[in-house]
Write a protein that binds this ligand. Structure first.
Ligand code: SF4
Ligand code: SF4
Length: 112
């Protein structure tokens, strides 16, 4: 579940708002994204994937928040991890994008 937007990192590019399939974000009066409907988050990580500022913390549990603070999120070293490990954007060539292999996993699951 989306939990933190690190304001000091966010450059208000609005990509997270555009890609979120669950319409979780709203803009504040300054044009910065705010978490408006947290319970609607599916932990799909699309917002993290598209955030080149590594400003978002998304926890894996889509049922309930972990209660992590901004300071804890910054100290965790996990901000932007999904983007990094997906070989997305500036990380292309540094990490192999293995997301496409999920097709194999689903295929195997159908056979069992
Ligand atoms: S994608 Fe990242 S930098 Fe852009 S508006 Fe969202 S949180 Fe801010
Ligand atoms: S993890 Fe997915 S559903 Fe949750 S806020 Fe980000 S884009 Fe929206």
């Amino acid at each position: 579940m989306i939990e933190v937007i690190v304001a000091s990192r966010c450059d208000s590019c609005s990509r997270c708002v555009d890609v979120c399939p669950s319409n979780v974000f709203d803009f504040d009066t300054q044009g910065r994204p705010q978490i408006a409907r947290q319970a609607d988050c599916q932990s799909c990580y699309l917002c993290e994937l598209y955030c080149s500022a590594d400003a978002l913390y998304v926890g894996p549990d889509c049922e309930q928040p972990e209660g992590i603070t901004e300071a804890q999120a910054l100290a965790s070293g996990t901000l932007g991890q999904y983007r990094r490990h997906s070989g997305w954007g500036e990380w292309a060539g540094h990490y192999r994008n293995l997301q496409w292999r999920m097709g194999e996993v689903f295929q195997r699951a159908r056979k069992t």
